[in-house]
Design a protein around this ligand. Structure first.
Ligand SMILES: Nc1nc2c(ncn2[C@@H]2O[C@H](COP(=O)(O)OP(=O)(O)O)[C@@H](O)[C@H]2O)c(=O)[nH]1
Ligand SMILES: [Mg+2]
Length: 386
């Protein structure tokens, strides 16, 4: 299928570079890509050096070049504007993020397009894939930052699968529009350099097909870098924020807090029933465990799973019995183990037994139940019906 691929080039004071770049793309690169319609979008922020005028001159010579002008708010803002423009006005099927300054060999565009043709949704020009590199004459500081800053980002964002993507801050990549870029929530993408990581994180979570091709990142020929050290700090904090505000992560944290509150309910009421009210041992364990189950159900329903909260008296009662159904095993395990444990070790071990039983018996039990029966992520041959 013939696709329209738009090369988006943000520019700020790139007068000399952009002139040469447009020529190289139009004369040398695009003629080598015969199966697609290749176009260029320059996203300029009213560069004082007159970059836009140079672009307008080139637009007279070549067709398929567009220019989007706007105020300067940062690289992320420029790309957001450019991506919207490419999708809405140019009806792009894929976009390529590309710099004007020749740090990326334009021939890599051919490699990106090949991977797109193989069916990949997001193709990353990676400086850290095997065969890729960063400039050897970069300062030690910049080398260190790119490499270990990247490792930090990958660890925070993708742990334990830190090699899912090896280069999270590269400026060269191709992204399919249909089902991929069109699904990105641009409200969660900032105006700065960090936009790259924010988009990448969303793409990984969407589960699109991602691959990396090695690139050798060169030094800038003309003009100067626009990346400030302030952006570095923002990236560092942004990575942590990105992971912590991920809805899945938030739910996991809430689930943990609710579980801990459940434990406190369990421990305090066990103390009340056994030590103060002198109920029978098994009854103290059974009642306090049930109160913890009620606490877990209630808080998880109105807080952890708020978006899908169960409402209405009848529904709540029904769900509650269902929840108890899956918890009945835990109730039995905890009551039996607690009662027996106290029989053997004596009442002074009651409060020490509780966390041990929870950690070594109840959590593994619940985890197995969830995987086998609720979310069915473990396949047990004789249990799964075809
Ligand atoms: N429109 C626009 N382009 C920008 C902005 N900041 C950087 N660029 C362009 O984005 C590309 C990459 O920026 P550069 O300074 O080379 O980053 P570096 O290669 O990481 O040092 C270049 O083509 C710049 O002209 C901005 O705020 N607005
Ligand atoms: Mg550059």
């Amino acid at each position: 299928m013939m696709a329209k691929i738009v090369i988006i080039i943000p520019t700020y004071n790139e007068r000399e570079n952009i002139e040469k770049m447009i020529e190289v793309l139009e004369e040398q690169i695009f003629p080598q890509i015969k199966n697609h319609k290749m176009e260029i979008l320059i996203v300029d922020d009213n560069s004082p050096d007159g970059t836009a005028e140079v672009v307008r001159e080139k637009m007279k010579r070549y067709s398929g070049i567009e220019l989007s002008l706007g105020e300067k708010k940062g690289l992320g803002a420029a790309y957001k504007r450019g991506m919207r423009y490419a999708m809405e006005k140019m009806k792009a099927d894929a976009v390529v993020e590309f710099d004007a300054d020749f740090q990326h060999d334009p021939a890599y565009i051919i490699d990106l397009v090949k991977k797109f043709d193989e069916g990949y949704d997001h193709v990353i020009g990676s400086r850290f894939a095997k065969g890729g590199s960063i400039p050897s004459n970069w300062s030690l500081y910049r080398k260190f930052l790119t490499k270990y800053g990247g490792l930090f980002s990958r660890t925070v964002l993708f742990f334990p699968n830190i090699n899912r993507v090896r280069d999270v801050s590269t400026g060269l990549k191709l992204t399919r529009v249909k089902g991929v870029l069109e699904k990105i929530n641009f409200e969660r993408v900032g105006d700065g350099f960090f936009y790259k990581t924010q988009i990448l994180y969303q793409l990984v979570n969407l589960g699109v097909k991602i691959t990396e091709i090695p690139i050798r990142f060169k030094i800038r020929e003309k003009g100067e870098s626009k990346i400030s050290s302030q952006e570095v700090l923002r990236t560092f904090l942004g990575v942590i924020e990105l992971r912590l505000t991920d809805p899945k992560m938030l739910r996991f944290i809430k689930f943990g807090i609710v579980g801990f509150v459940g434990y406190l309910v369990n421990a305090s009421t066990l103390f009340l029933f056994a030590n103060i009210l002198h109920f029978a041992e098994w009854l103290s364990w059974a009642l306090s465990t049930e109160l913890a189950i009620i606490s877990n159900f209630t808080w998880n329903n109105i807080w952890t799973f708020k978006e899908v909260e169960i409402r209405g008296f009848k529904n709540i009662i029904k769900k509650f019995f269902q929840f108890n159904g899956t918890s009945i095993g835990a109730l039995l395990i905890q009551t039996t183990a607690g009662t027996l444990g106290v029989k053997i070790l004596g009442p002074s071990f009651r409060q020490i037994l509780l966390p041990f039983i929870i950690i070594f018996l109840v959590i593994p039990y619940n985890y197995t139940m969830y995987n086998v029966f609720i979310w069915k992520t473990w396949k047990i041959p004789f249990l799964s019906k075809k």
